[in-house]
Ligand binder design. Structure first.
Ligand SMILES: Nc1ncnc2c1ncn2[C@@H]1O[C@H](COP(=O)(O)OP(=O)(O)OP(=O)(O)O)[C@@H](O)[C@H]1O
Length: 302
């Protein structure tokens, strides 16, 4: 990692409050390495604050977001709002329940290990997705997948569970009780309009979503393309649970109900507003205009 001012944007509320101690720990490790004055710690005060801080972060060479995929999403959006030549390098220290972007980058969920990885990391040009005026670094999805991701937010507060167990529980519950078909009309790369019906429709920069489900195993962070996984009817509950469990290890592809696509742009219009998530955060619309901005962000990758 380049020396120079480092701005550490931390969500103290991440992972039920664990973000606060993690931020202190990360700041002290980074200061011990780069020098006391080289690292500025900024704690977020609430939703969207990370975007504002990152957008205003003039004069620093690196922005590191500490927290879950939500605060990483917000910080990346703030940086992306700046002109490309003015964007600092972007690093992450994952302290969340899903940590999908960290998994795609190969960054440890242990704060000490993540810092050690960042010291040796290179800032590599990385693709960023764009949908309805928001950037996404890893995932955007509609339907069942999004309902699962959104369900985990309430479920975590209720049960205190995190990580894979939390997603598995939410996933099985949604598949058993909300296996809804959603009609859409989609055009990939400005091609002919296709009418379709999906249970789940995920658009990925990297392979992971939902806390380590390898939904698009062939997705690469710097290939200039988005990958989609679309699960079509007919799919009974038993088959759906089977495919859902296989998706944990990326072994759901190759089945006739699973359509894998690769593209640069997508226009998709659902008959009704579907549950939808962008990097794990709620997004509401019936029509989505999606594209990829190749190698738009220099991301610290081990
Ligand atoms: N100080 C704060 N207090 C409460 N919420 C905050 C604060 N700062 C940011 N947030 C919001 O918290 C939400 C969740 O943040 P984040 O993703 O970092 O943690 P998480 O939810 O624990 O992790 P995951 O996304 O992996 O489940 C984001 O929408 C963010 O805007």
């Amino acid at each position: 990692m380049d020396e120079g001012k480092i701005l550490l944007i931390a969500n103290p509320a991440a992972q039920n409050g664990a973000g606060s101690a993690a931020a202190e720990r990360a700041a002290s490790i980074l200061r011990a390495y780069f020098g006391e004055d080289a690292v500025v710690l900024a704690r977020t005060a609430g939703p969207r604050h990370a975007s504002e801080i990152a957008e205003r972060s003039k004069g620093c060479s690196t922005v590191i977001a500490l927290g879950g995929d939500g605060v990483i999403h917000e910080a990346a959006n703030g940086i992306m709002r700046r002109a490309i030549e003015d964007r600092p390098a972007f690093g992450i220290i994952p302290v969340g329940s899903g940590n999908d972007y960290a998994r795609a980058l190969g960054i440890s969920a242990n704060v000490d290990e993540a810092c050690a990885q960042l010291f040796k990391a290179e800032a590599l040009p990385t693709d960023v997705g764009w949908a309805n005026g928001r950037w996404f670094v890893e995932t955007l999805s509609f339907g069942l997948d999004a309902a699962i991701a959104l369900d985990t937010v309430d479920r975590r507060v209720r049960t205190g569970r995190t990580g894979t167990v939390l997603y598995m529980e939410a996933g099985i519950d949604q598949v058993l009780h909300h296996l809804d078909e959603r009609r859409y009309e989609a055009s990939f790369d400005e091609g002919e309009s296709e009418r379709g019906c999906s249970y789940a429709f995920a658009v990925q920069v990297g392979p992971f979503y939902g806390g380590s489900f390898e939904i698009c195993p062939e997705a690469h962070l710097d290939d200039g393309l988005l990958d989609a996984c679309i699960a079509h009817p007919p799919l009974g509950t038993v088959r759906a649970v089977y495919l859902f469990l296989r998706a944990k290890g990326g072994k759901h592809t190759g089945f006739e109900q699973i359509d894998m696509r690769r593209f640069r742009t997508l226009h998709v219009e659902f008959d009704e507003v579907p549950p939808a998530q962008i990097d794990g955060e709620r997004i509401e619309a019936r029509t989505f205009d999606v594209s990829v901005e190749p190698k738009a962000l220099n991301v610290l990758r081990p």
